[in-house]
Write a protein that binds this ligand. Structure first.
Ligand code: GLU
Length: 368
């Protein structure tokens, strides 16, 4: 089985302010057991910023992007050195991959990243991924390692994504504020109620709360990957999950594994623009598998070019699909609301539909 495992900062620090050696060595031991059982293990490790903060003696810094990038630059090498040391104990080699959104957006770079993962796995090296925080500007930032881990699952075509955190899983409400909250064991379909339940954000050290975990789960499930959110402090959590024990929250994959190009479409959405459609168009796309026609477009937000992957949303903000646009944002604005046979007159050229059905991935209940 090919499995992507995400460790949140709170897991690696075991709830303290610094990386916890006992916790990390224990996780390395568990990963080694999986590896030796024949599984292909890919790690997505947070903790760079926390490690940098510790290394610099907990400096009193403003919460600017610049200081976070500095902390990540200092901490990333420390984080990797620690992993390297601990995996060494079990005779395992590791390789570092730092990604930003720009690396999954462009098709050639997506394929390059995929080749690197393949080569590492073929040589039985454990890839350890983090966001390239030191260089990621807002436009190319993924922003949290939950979504990063889902993108990694898409890149490697994972069977299973395990997101380890400091909570037992997804609850019906925030368990820290609401004593009535109960753990959800099994999610067949991520629906509107679940999005509402995941509402708030999480601990102070990491970036991701339950909302980003749900986004990650929705993304990975859509690509055909099973997802589990579980408590990283639970004894032998990884082996027990792989053995099928009922721990944490288990999300069933929606449908079968998507082929490579469709996984790239799912991963490659740009942060800078979106297409808002009317109800008729949303239904034609979602229920009848139609292409998106200019007539159904209500509004075009932000900037994108022809060939970019763009989210398609309803007016109420639900993402219905993602697809490769055949027109730039500026040109789409000019043809929005118009019939197909008017496009040539308005633009001086036509590529037909705004987003062709073959270049589109449907998202069911949306991505929150
Ligand atoms: N990439 C960040 C780090 O390594 C963590 C982001 C997150 O917590 O989701 O510190």
């Amino acid at each position: 089985m090919r499995v992507v495992i995400k460790f949140g900062t709170s897991v690696l620090t075991a709830g303290t302010q610094a990386l916890s050696a006992p916790r990390m060595v224990d996780l390395a031991r568990q990963c080694a057991a999986l590896h030796h059982a024949g599984h292909e293990v890919v790690l997505c490790s947070s903790g760079a910023i926390a490690a940098g903060r510790e290394r610099l003696g907990f400096p009193d810094l403003s919460e600017t992007v610049g200081s976070k990038q500095m902390l990540a630059a200092v901490g990333q090498s420390r984080l990797m050195r620690t992993w390297e040391q601990f995996f060494d104990i079990y005779g395992l080699r590791v390789g570092q991959i730092l990604l930003t959104h720009g690396d999954v957006e462009s098709r050639p770079r997506f394929l390059n990243a995929q080749d690197t993962f393949r080569a590492l796995l073929a040589h039985r090296v454990i890839p350890i991924v983090n966001e390239n925080d030191a260089v990621a500007t807002e436009e190319i930032q993924i922003g949290d390692n939950d979504n990063l881990s889902a993108l990694v699952a898409l890149i490697v075509g994972a069977d299973l994504l395990i997101i380890l955190t400091d909570q037992p899983g997804l609850h019906t409400a925030d368990p820290r504020r609401n004593p009535e909250a109960v753990l959800i064991h099994e999610v067949e379909r991520i629906d509107a109620t679940l999005w509402a339940q995941a509402g708030g954000s999480g601990s102070a050290l990491g970036t991701g709360g339950m909302l980003t975990k749900l986004q990650a789960a929705a993304l990975a499930c859509r690509a055909g990957t099973e997802v589990i959110i579980a408590d990283g402090g639970e004894t032998d959590v990884l082996q027990r999950l792989i053995a099928g024990e009922r721990l944490g929250t288990h999300f069933r994959a929606t449908g079968t594994r998507l082929e490579n190009r469709k996984r790239w479409i799912l991963a490659g959405v740009v942060n800078s623009g979106r297409i808002v459609v009317d109800r008729g168009a949303a239904e034609a796309i979602a229920k009848q598998g139609g292409s998106l026609l200019p007539a159904g477009i209500v509004r075009v937000e932000g900037h994108f070019e022809r060939g970019d992957t763009v989210p398609i949303l309803t007016d109420s903000g639900v993402e219905v699909a993602r697809g490769i646009t055949r027109y730039s944002a500026d040109d789409l604005r000019r043809i929005a609301g118009h019939r197909l046979d008017e496009v040539e007159r308005l633009l001086g050229y036509t590529y037909g539909a705004a987003v062709h059905r073959n270049d589109m991935i449907l998202l069911g209940e949306g991505m929150g």
